[in-house]
Design a protein around this ligand. Structure first.
Ligand SMILES: Cc1cc2nc3c(=O)[nH]c(=O)nc-3n(C[C@H](O)[C@H](O)[C@H](O)COP(=O)(O)OP(=O)(O)OC[C@H]3O[C@@H](n4cnc5c(N)ncnc54)[C@H](O)[C@@H]3O)c2cc1C
Length: 380
């Protein structure tokens, strides 16, 4: 039975983020967005608060929380600045999550404590310039050379592709299109032959760094393989099953932020001698927003609950991600409409939600890919 009330840890996390955000995020978010500035120091501070190792067990220096707490942390951060929520999610559930799920005990001991404290920032590289949804046809290759692999190729669209200190990268070790032809490696910044590439100039999520990762005759010892050779793609699908819950939470935070700003504005803004909230055309938008946000929350908490219990979340995670992402884009659009001309300016936060929200229907599997996953599951 799912308990929809926030537990004590969730309330504590939400309060902590609101307090932290009022000092360290809200005053600066517009400048970071304008300048496409990645505020790495904020993540170091989030590390001190335990928010960069939310799901990492305490024995590896993490907070040892479950997915309910993780969802709360991402949605509260995303309400303040979705870019911070995105970077936090990529660090936690993609990079750290992959090592936690598939790393050896030695690899976990080596990397997880640093990642949990954000002494090291994490990156996770699957996507390439020519293969996104079709990741199984990736071109970055690793050729075996004795005890080493030689990596060559370029990953693109990687969150923390330049600033990441620890990177999990999935590359081809077998035939193109063979789901057993890919392998995951973990390596560190500064490894010879491995470098950050071009930083992408984006529509939204501008304070989250998105960049290329380049491999040029990069020699990596076989001890850096996560799990076994040939498991990289299958591992990635499992990592993304959990990761999708975090993008759903990101969408939830954006939708909630847009909704809360809209309620406040609709009560304050007067036209024709009345607050615009008294017009049915506006109040019905708020009613629809509140209802769809609640539905998204239910799907997310169901997926989080299944994940906490170690059950399969392929269907629930894809449904939560698909629905919540679409709600985020729709709610941000409604918010801009409620704010009218002011919604079109940078004086209010809703135009930023509008731009940032679009990432949710694209990253970690587009809405179309989620529908493919959902259809496959329901047609089984
Ligand atoms: C800000 C940002 C951060 C990101 N961070 C990371 C990261 O940290 N690590 C990482 O590995 N990747 C990351 N990504 C990449 C992201 O996961 C991909 O952009 C996404 O998977 C889509 O791939 P693509 O961009 O190549 O689009 P494509 O796969 O080229 O898709 C283009 C369009 O075709 C549609 N399409 C494709 N195949 C099908 C199909 N079979 N049926 C129907 N429609 C289809 C898609 O839905 C989409 O509408 C990030 C992207 C962004 C924008």
């Amino acid at each position: 039975m799912i308990d929809f009330n926030q537990n004590e840890n969730q309330r504590m996390i939400a309060d902590m983020i609101r307090g932290f955000g009022a000092r360290e995020i809200t005053p600066f978010r517009k400048e970071w967005d304008d300048q496409s500035f990645f505020p790495i120091e904020v993540f170091k501070k989030l590390g001190q608060l335990g928010l960069m190792g939310v799901l990492i067990p305490t024995e590896y220096g993490g907070s040892g929380f479950g997915y309910q707490e993780y969802v709360t942390a991402i949605s509260e951060l995303s309400k303040l600045d979705p870019s911070v929520g995105l970077s936090m999610a990529a660090h936690n559930s993609l990079c750290s999550g992959h090592i936690l799920l598939f790393g050896s005990e030695e690899q976990k001991q080596k990397y997880l404590p640093k990642l949990a404290a954000c002494e090291a920032l994490g990156a996770w590289g699957l996507t390439e310039p020519d293969t996104g949804s079709d990741a199984g046809n990736m071109r970055t290759v690793a050729k075996k050379d004795g005890e080493y692999f030689i990596l060559n190729g370029t990953k693109s669209f990687i969150t923390h592709g330049i600033s990441g200190d620890v990177a999990v990268v999935i590359v081809r070790t077998g035939e193109a299109g063979d789901s057993r032809g890919m392998t995951a490696f973990v390596l560190e910044k500064g490894h010879p032959g491995f470098s950050g590439g071009r930083k992408l100039d984006k529509l939204g999520m501008r304070a989250s760094e998105t960049a290329e990762m380049i491999f040029e005759d990069c020699r990596v010892h076989e001890s850096q393989v996560l799990g076994n050779v040939g498991e990289g793609f299958i591992q990635s699908m499992k990592v993304l099953d959990g990761g999708r819950i975090s993008i759903a939470a990101l969408g939830l935070g954006i939708a909630e932020g847009a909704f809360e700003a809209s309620v406040e504005y609709a009560k304050e803004r007067h036209q024709f001698g009345k607050p615009i909230s008294s017009f049915q055309g506006i109040s019905f938008k708020l009613a629809d927003m509140a209802t769809r946000i609640e539905a998204a929350r239910m799907l997310i908490f169901k997926a989080a609950d299944l994940k906490n219990r170690g059950e399969n979340v392929t269907l629930a995670g894809a449904q939560a991600k698909y629905y919540s992402s679409e709600v985020a884009v729709w709610a941000a659009n409604e918010a801009v409409q409620i704010f009218g001309g002011y919604g079109f300016t940078k004086d209010y936060p809703v135009e930023k939600y509008y731009r940032d929200s679009k990432l949710c229907t694209i990253g970690e599997g587009t809405s179309e890919i989620q529908k493919i996953v959902i259809a496959r599951e329901v047609l089984k």
